[in-house]
Ligand binder design. Structure first.
Ligand SMILES: NC(=O)c1ccc[n+]([C@@H]2O[C@H](COP(=O)([O-])OP(=O)(O)OC[C@H]3O[C@@H](n4cnc5c(N)ncnc54)[C@H](O)[C@@H]3O)[C@@H](O)[C@H]2O)c1
Length: 234
């Protein structure tokens, strides 16, 4: 999903930095983006590590300039029955999904304040809106992302900075394939038959919404949760 978002932003001419804990994957992504003429760079960074996030953004400023847009897509999504969630697992999920979002926003916002313009898009999940089993740590982290997004949007609304969150539902990505490997696929179609539009979502579906939220035209939209779910969540 993060790569699709980078592709869409690069296609409209934005300079793009790909930050991922998997440095090789980030490098591969940048190679593809550069191959299509984009100005792009990669940083290996664990978003739960504040110093690493600050260091990565300093590199980005040095190479590409001040941060104008921040999209936070990195997350982990383990499945465990509630009473079997270890404290380590609970803390790691919150550290990556929620505190990682906090670090990225807090480290990027000063550039946007200085410019009087900025776009922030966080990625939550439909799991924060509807019932999901064995996912309490993930759901709590994604509920936190919604609340954080709204709180930050309010503080910066008069400074040209919009802050919104996208709630994907079932999107065909490595994360979904991993979940299917763990949980099986009872419907045999990854759940597509339960989605009103009749198919799984794609990274491009999310990226299209993200691109709009990062546009000039979306300057009046802030503090909102955007469901991109094929009609599955009202
Ligand atoms: N795929 C879905 O069906 C779905 C549904 C709802 C929400 N989401 C959300 O969408 C976002 C993107 O998910 P995806 O499906 O592309 O997942 P993915 O697993 O395919 O990609 C997640 C990326 O985050 C990176 N990452 C993991 N931990 C990290 C860390 N500590 N620091 C930096 N990078 C880290 C991974 O290396 C990976 O490249 C996530 O926030 C996820 O929770 C996905």
């Amino acid at each position: 999903m993060g790569f699709s978002i980078c592709e869409h932003l690069a296609r409209r001419g934005d300079r793009v930095a790909v930050l991922d804990v998997n440095g090789d994957a980030a490098q591969q992504a940048v190679k593809k983006l550069r191959g299509r003429g984009a100005q792009a760079m990669a940083c290996a960074v664990d978003v739960s590590d504040r110093a690493a996030v600050e260091d990565a953004l300093a590199q980005v400023r040095g190479e590409l300039g001040p941060i104008e847009i921040m999209v936070t897509s990195a997350a982990i999504a383990p499945f465990d029955p509630f009473t079997e969630i270890s404290l380590d697992s609970w803390e790691r999920v919150l550290a990556v999904n929620l505190t990682g979002t906090f670090h990225c926003l807090q480290a990027a916002i000063p550039d946007m304040v200085a410019a009087g313009w900025g776009r922030i898009v966080t990625i939550t999940s439909s799991a924060a809106q509807i019932m999901t089993s064995n996912h309490a740590h993930y759901v709590a982290s994604k509920g936190g992302v919604v609340a954080l997004t709204r709180a930050v949007s309010f503080e910066y609304a008069r400074q040209g900075i919009t802050v919104n969150t996208i709630a994907p539902h079932i999107i065909d990505t490595p994360m979904l394939r991993q979940a299917r490997a763990e949980l099986g696929d009872p419907t045999g179609d990854g759940g597509a038959s339960h989605i009103p539009v009749g198919r799984l979502g794609t990274g491009d579906d999310i990226a299209a919404a993200c691109l709009y939220l990062c546009s000039e035209e979306a300057s009046y939209i802030t503090g909102q949760l955007f469901g991109v779910n094929g009609g599955a969540v009202a």
